[in-house]
Design a binder for this molecule. Structure first.
Ligand code: SAH
Length: 267
């Protein structure tokens, strides 16, 4: 005599996926598979249109994006939403710009999901600090120019909690994420702590996208460049001698030269 066994309830899973900085071809195969097989997609503001175009039309996709100072859904509410959807048995693709663990709050979401007993996977993505720099002809390390690279958040609720004195002395590449709004403070602090005013520096807007704009200059004129060209988010700040290489190594601007805005400019 057979006992009637109820099928085990399906447990939902969440995959926190890095979408990279914009170019859909920079998605990993694993990221694309997850996008194609998920029951639901929850995506951020930094997930580019080219990548959103790859979402299967039949898959519900929800924008849960955040812009600086404009949190569409508070993080705690977003964590709760993920938990509820997963508890209903859905497999969720939680898609984030760049890499989810680089200034992406992926760790916070994962902790909340783990606490709720939800299974989570992570798919790393190309972070903007590497991708946008590469698409501007800037290797973040280069023999003789930079032996290391530091990723720093340029965003602070009140002031930036950064050890400026150490950063200014490091003689290696500094990459600031979310720093455009605090650009004046960043350049002032670095100069004040001893970095040369003529240190090469770059601003990269919409890195790895068709409308990428890269401007190179020096620590001393970065702010002026940002104002003059009305740079908008997402913009990355790269400071260090590796920026000198952009003039000879740039390649993306020439490939996409149909768009006049794309010219790589030296101030
Ligand atoms: N997790 C993301 C970073 C999120 S923080 C990553 O790994 O790339 C958001 C900041 O990243 C933006 O303010 C900007 O400074 C930078 N950024 C993200 N995408 C970018 C892009 N395509 N071009 C330039 N900067 C970008």
């Amino acid at each position: 005599m057979f006992k009637l066994v109820q099928p085990a309830p399906k447990h939902g899973t969440v995959t926190i996926v890095g979408a990279g900085p914009g170019d859909a071809d920079l998605l990993t195969i694993k990221a694309l598979r997850c996008i194609q097989s998920a029951d639901i997609i929850l995506y951020d503001r930094l997930v580019s249109q080219d990548i959103r175009d790859l979402f299967p039309t039949e898959t519900p996709a929800f924008y849960v994006g955040k812009a600086a100072g404009n949190h569409c859904i508070p993080q705690a509410q977003l964590n709760q939403l993920l938990i509820e959807k997963a508890q209903k048995g859905y497999s969720i693709c939680r898609l984030k710009g760049g890499d989810p663990f680089v200034f992406g709050r992926g760790g916070e979401e994962m902790l909340a999901l783990h606490q709720a007993g939800i299974q989570v996977e992570v798919v790393p993505g190309v972070t903007a600090g590497v991708g946008a720099a590469a698409y501007s002809g800037i290797p973040v390390t280069h023999r003789g120019l930079a032996q290391a690279c530091t990723f720093i958040t340029g965003h602070g609720e009140k002031s930036l909690d950064v050890d400026w004195s150490s950063l200014a002395k490091m003689q290696h590449t500094l990459v600031f994420y979310m720093g455009l709004g605090n650009l004046a403070d960043i350049t002032k602090q670095l100069t004040h702590h001893g970095m040369c005013a003529d240190m090469p520096a770059a601003l990269i807007e919409n890195g790895c996208r068709k409308d990428q704009r890269t401007f190179t200059g020096q620590l001393s004129n970065l702010e002026q460049i940002a104002k003059q060209h009305q740079l908008r988010s997402p913009t990355l700040i790269v400071i260090g001698r590796v920026v000198e290489l952009a003039e000879s190594l740039h390649w993306f601007a020439s490939l996409t030269s149909t768009n006049a805005q794309i010219a790589q400019m030296t101030a």
